[in-house]
Ligand binder design. Structure first.
Ligand code: GLU
Length: 462
């Protein structure tokens, strides 16, 4: 049997990190089993679904590099199919037309609430023998007794009484299908073998199983993933910070860091924290997903991000850095290649946003920090900076080693520690007191920029 999983977001907003984790588990399980991963857009709620959200979801999936083998399928393009299946259920007596008015249903609901009963449809039209005049919805004829049981891969056996489930509407009076029904028809048509989704859908599962059984098919297997919590133990939401995948991109995270973080948030393989994609595919086990909800830990995500900034191929990180540079309006067409910046700055940046902000001075003009200028660009530094300018100007090879030697020789000549001249030099070239090692900074800036910046800085010394 080929495993087929699906990720089925409703396009009513951005891709939430919880959704991304579900998508990742679906993707991983399909990869692991050499199966198929499908993307399905559940856009039947036309009032809340937007094209913008569809695009946001597709962009986020692409950024995370969660490639789907099929799709995206759109439920709004499958209305004929849902109607055909509801017709089939009607004809087989497994669904029925319900003519109950809104007023009747509201009255029923109020009296149930008053009597402290769970509000549910009372089956008023269940046994109507003839068609009536007027508007109707189509309801599924849920079994009146017995239980629905399923073995959740993560939670074990779950049992629901049919008396708890009422005859749910599958087609509204305007002919549009409802959520539980479209999911069932799609899971069936798309031959889904494993439904991996958030545990907010647990209560829908017995309803969906009953419809699948009425259609004469064996339901797929289900795995309900627990939610992600914020640091205060409440469900992760905007109050806790970024929740949208693309917001993490904007904050400067690498997709592999976010994925590595998310996979561990709810799944583990011993104590291992860092997983390459290949390792994840090899080691992922759907049964290893935790039942208990996990709390989001920003520190750990930052730690992983820096790990990937330092260890991923620099040209890969540079591509992502280029996106941030553009966002900050930094023109990188003149200046050092971004791969060199990545190598020089990864050690001192936790995010790409930080790396981009800290690398402005490699491109365009220097913005001086007044405090740093006051402290380091003083008249006392003029001789040292002048000698440096001369000696550097004489260098024939502009690279780290000779640059290092030159600065060292100048400091020896002046009888001071290297740091004593490196700091004014750094302020002169970068505008501030923090940068990669001075020799690397100079190498990256290049001869021309270094010398002309030194010129300018000498004019600032007072
Ligand atoms: N469209 C549903 C949601 O976004 C998911 C449904 C499912 O996975 O079955 O919550």
């Amino acid at each position: 049997m080929t495993v087929v999983t699906r990720f089925a977001p409703s396009p009513t907003g951005y891709l939430h990190v919880g959704g991304a984790r579900t998508a990742l588990y679906c993707w991983l399980y399909a990869k692991k089993t050499k199966g198929k991963f499908i993307l399905r857009i559940e856009d039947t709620d036309t009032e809340r679904s937007t094209q913008e959200s569809v695009d946001a979801i597709l962009n986020a999936m692409q950024w995370l590099d969660l490639h789907y083998d099929e799709g995206p399928y759109y439920q709004t393009q499958r209305f004929d199919r849902y109607r055909a299946i509801s017709e089939q259920l009607l004809q087989e007596g497994k669904a029925y037309r319900c003519y109950c008015s809104k007023e009747r249903l509201e009255k029923l609901r109020n009296s149930q609430i008053e009597n402290k009963e769970k509000p549910r449809y009372d089956g008023h039209c269940r046994d109507l023998k003839t068609a009536q005049e007027g508007n109707y919805v189509i309801r599924f004829r849920n079994p009146a007794s017995g239980v629905v049981e399923f073995d959740d891969i993560i939670r074990g056996k779950l049992t629901f009484n049919n008396t708890e489930l009422d005859d749910l509407i599958i087609l509204r009076s305007d002919g549009t299908p409802t959520y539980n029904f479209t999911v069932v028809v799609d899971d069936l048509d798309m031959k889904i073998t494993h439904v991996i989704r958030g545990d907010d859908h647990i209560n829908n599962t017995p309803r969906q199983i009953n419809i699948l059984k009425a259609l004469g098919v064996t339901p797929p297997l289900y795995a309900h993933v627990s939610m992600i919590l914020g640091s205060d133990g409440k469900r992760l939401s905007k109050r806790h910070g970024a929740v949208s995948v693309m917001q993490y991109r904007e904050e400067g995270f690498l997709p592999e860091a976010l994925l590595n973080y998310l996979v561990r948030l709810g799944w583990s393989h011993g104590d291992q924290e860092i997983f390459s994609r290949e390792e994840l595919i090899a080691l992922f086990d759907i049964k290893g997903i935790n039942k208990a909800p996990a709390a989001f830990n920003m520190e750990k995500l930052l730690w992983l991000n820096q790990h990937y900034l330092k260890t991923s191929p620099p040209d890969h990180v540079a591509k992502e850095l280029a996106w941030h540079m553009q966002r900050l309006d930094i023109d990188v067409s003149q200046g050092p290649p971004l791969t060199d910046i990545v190598q020089a700055q990864a050690e001192r940046s936790k995010t790409l946003k930080e790396m981009a902000e800290k690398s402005r001075y490699f491109y365009g003009t220097v913005h001086f920090n007044e405090e740093a200028v006051k402290k380091h660009l003083t008249v006392e530094e003029v001789p040292a900076l002048t000698i440096l300018q001369e000696e550097l100007g004489r260098l024939t090879t502009w690279s780290k080693e000779p640059l290092h030697q030159t600065i060292q020789q100048v400091s020896e000549k002046l009888g001071v520690k290297m740091g004593k001249i490196a700091q004014p030099l750094r302020v002169a070239l970068t505008g501030d007191t923090v940068s990669p090692p001075i020799d690397i900074t100079l190498a990256l800036l290049g001869r021309e920029t270094t010398l002309s910046r030194l010129n300018n800085a000498l004019l600032l010394c007072r």
